[in-house]
Unconditional design. Structure first.
Length: 277
C-alpha cells in the first residue's frame, strides 16, 4: 500500500478484512464545527473516529502533544485499530489533520498507514457511498513501538540540532504580524526557522500537489526536501503535512517538534523572532 492512496483505490479495497478506515478530522475552536458530530452524520462506510483531542497528553502544558504509549495503545484497541492492519486515514478539515493521525499511528508502531488523497470531500464529490452512526465493534491488538527519534523537544532545539526548522504556519503568524490565537502565546517564530505554510502543499480540493510542485515549494522555502529537517507549526498538527510531503519525495529522516509554537511562544525565556525568514 502506498503512503498516499486514491479514492478509486479505496473504493476497490473497501470491505477488506485487514483494512481499517480512520476519520481524523479536527477543527480550530473558531471554526464552530464539531468534528465528531460531523463524523456521526456522514463518513465513509466502516470508518472509525480518531479523536485528536482525546489522543493527546492531557497533562502537558501545550495542546495536542503526543500521549503516552499506553494511552495510545488503549485508544486504538478500543477503536478497533490494530498495528498490523492496513490503515487509511482521511479528514474533512481545512487543517488537513489526517497527516497528524498518520504520523501518530506510525510513530507508535503501525507500519501500513496511508492518507486518502482529497479526503472525504473528494469521496463525496465523486458520489461514493457514505453512512452515519457508529461502526460495529472490531477486535484489534496494537503493539506499541514508539519511534522516539522522530520527535524532538524544546531543550534539543535550544541546544541546536544541526538541521533546519521548517514552520508550517501561515505567513502572517510566522512573521508575527498576526497574533497567535492561543492566550499567552507570543507572536513570531523560532529564530532561524524557515516558513512553508502547509496549505501550499495542497490543491484547493485537498489533494496533494505533484512531486515536482512539492519539491519546488520546499526549495523556495529554503529547505532541501531530501535532507533532514525539523517540522513545527502551532500545536504539532499541521507540521505533519510537511513531514508527509517530504516522505512523498523520499525523505525518511524528518523530525517533529511536538510542542511547536504553542510551547515555544508561551515560554518567556525562549528567543523569538519576527519578520520574514
Amino acid at each position: 500500500m502506498d503512503d498516499l492512496v486514491s479514492t478509486g483505490w479505496l473504493a476497490y479495497e473497501l470491505g477488506a478484512a485487514d483494512l481499517v478506515l480512520v476519520d481524523a478530522s479536527w477543527h480550530m475552536p473558531s471554526a464552530n464545527r464539531d468534528a465528531r458530530q460531523e463524523y456521526e452524520e456522514r463518513h465513509i462506510p466502516g470508518a472509525r473516529f480518531f479523536d485528536i483531542d482525546f489522543l493527546s497528553d492531557h497533562d502537558a502544558g501545550s495542546p495536542h502533544m503526543l500521549p503516552s504509549a499506553e494511552h495510545f495503545r488503549a485508544g486504538m484497541e478500543a477503536l478497533g485499530v490494530g498495528s498490523e492492519d492496513r490503515i487509511v486515514v482521511y479528514d474533512q478539515s481545512a487543517l488537513r489533520t489526517s497527516a497528524r493521525a498518520w504520523f501518530m499511528l506510525r510513530h507508535f508502531g503501525a507500519y501500513r498507514v496511508a492518507i486518502l488523497d482529497g479526503g472525504l470531500s473528494k469521496w463525496v464529490a465523486e458520489g461514493r457511498p457514505v453512512e452515519s452512526g457508529e461502526p460495529p465493534e472490531r477486535s484489534a491488538r496494537f503493539h506499541v513501538q514508539p519511534r522516539a527519534s522522530e520527535v524532538v523537544c524544546k531543550a534539543q532545539i535550544e541546544r541546536g540540532l544541526g538541521m533546519p526548522i521548517l514552520d508550517a504556519r501561515g505567513r502572517a503568524r510566522f512573521e508575527g504580524t498576526e497574533q497567535d490565537p492561543r492566550p499567552g502565546v507570543a507572536a513570531g517564530h523560532i529564530p532561524g526557522a524557515c516558513n512553508l505554510p502547509y496549505a501550499a502543499l495542497y490543491h484547493e480540493d485537498g489533494t496533494f500537489r505533484s512531486p515536482d510542485e512539492l519539491r519546488q515549494a520546499f526549495v523556495a522555502a529554503g529547505i532541501d526536501p531530501e535532507r533532514p529537517f525539523v517540522a513545527s507549526c502551532g500545536s504539532g498538527v499541521t507540521a505533519n503535512s510537511l513531514i508527509f510531503a517530504a516522505r512523498l519525495l523520499g525523505n525518511r529522516d524528518t523530525r517533529l517538534y511536538d510542542g511547536s509554537w504553542s510551547e515555544w511562544g508561551a515560554d518567556p525565556q525562549t528567543a523569538k523572532a519576527v519578520g520574514p525568514a
